[in-house]
Design a protein around this ligand. Sequence first.
Ligand code: ADP
Length: 430
Amino acid sequence: MTKATDTQTAIRMLESQLDHIEQDQSRKIEHLMRILEVACLLNSTLDLQMLLKIIQDVATELTETQVGSIFLRDKKTNELFFFSATGDAAEKLKKMVVPVEGSIAGWVVKNGYPAVVNDAQNDERHYEKTDYETDFVTRSLLAVPLVAQGKVIGALEVLNKIGDKAFTDEDLELLITLAAQAAVAIEKARLFAQNDLISEVVHELRTPMTSIIGYSKMMGMPGIPEQTKTQFAETIHREASRLGQMVNDFLDWARLESGRVHLAKEPVDLRQAVGDTVIMIAPQAEARGIQVSEQVPDGELIVTGDGNRIRQVLLNLASNGVKYNRDGGRLDFVVRLWESQVSVSVRDTGVGIPEESLPKLFQRFYRVPGTENVVRGTGLGLCIAKSLVEAHEGTMEVESVVGAGTTFTITLPLAQPDSGQVDAVAATQP
Ligand code: ADP
């Protein structure tokens, strides 16, 4: 080889290297631009779902992957749910959950580290059920934790690197940056929701407060007859009790919603729980001439859960069944047994609930219009009861006919016969 061709080859190699460097630089600039775009959106958009969709699109585009998902941890059940997902199965995924133990996303959330998985099918942490139910094959996967205020709240994941290439350090860095942006967006949305909630609570507490302040002021005015003063005092007492009840109910509900309530997982005999509720409601029912009955089928009626909380739900429904009943009416408890479920219906012969109010009934502070001045209440009882039933993996339904009565039905899964807890109960029964 001559000197001249040597030099030409060297020049060509240098040119090709320069080309590579240039391509690499322009790719990096392109990536930075995309991330900056997301950062700008973060400050200007309040639509969380839209923002997360963009973050996932950018994540899949820049890491050259097929689909992306955002998981959040449900504090109540300690499961991960799909908060957002891209791809054909996105809607289906949103109804599915992934366990913290036994999934790659779960591993990331639990340990707070990223997971780089180039062969998902041979990774023992891979959770196969989601693939199976969505007709999807996860080949490779990159997942990073979502961290807000020092806590891992979920994970951002991209799946199936195009061309089955391995994930690079650059992919990981990109996903970590996008995860930080997603976490900020989620936190911001949560803070907004919290502010709304605070305004709502303040608004609700203001009504009894205004009444207490107004009546106590009037009591001090000259020339008010003693009898009127007694009436004012009664009103103040009633409104102050309502205020106290609202605060207690609200705290109970807030604790339940945040997952800070520890629910016992013990065998609960529903026959006993219904019997206890009938005894507890008897004085209130008797005072209004309301007849109480119970129909309970034979056989085992054991559910797994928190006995006190289940009794709280039944008592709340029973108490409403008396409060919103007519004098001399009826209150019936009907228990039914299905294959693996048991339901308790609490049926009254009261005023009923108009159809347009039914969808709003389980919203916090909701009271059917016209109820406020007739029956005392906080509008939180049903909302707490429904949360409790759902925390027991159950459902709550309502049927009503105005002027004829209302039936609330809770359905709970029966305890699994093979669980040790139920055996223990069976063993202690005569
Ligand atoms: P409250 O403390 O007001 O009773 P709940 O959350 O228990 O709060 O109930 C919400 C509203 O639903 C009540 O204010 C009432 O208007 C309506 N409601 C609940 N139970 C019944 C029932 N059995 N019959 C008629 N209306 C009912």
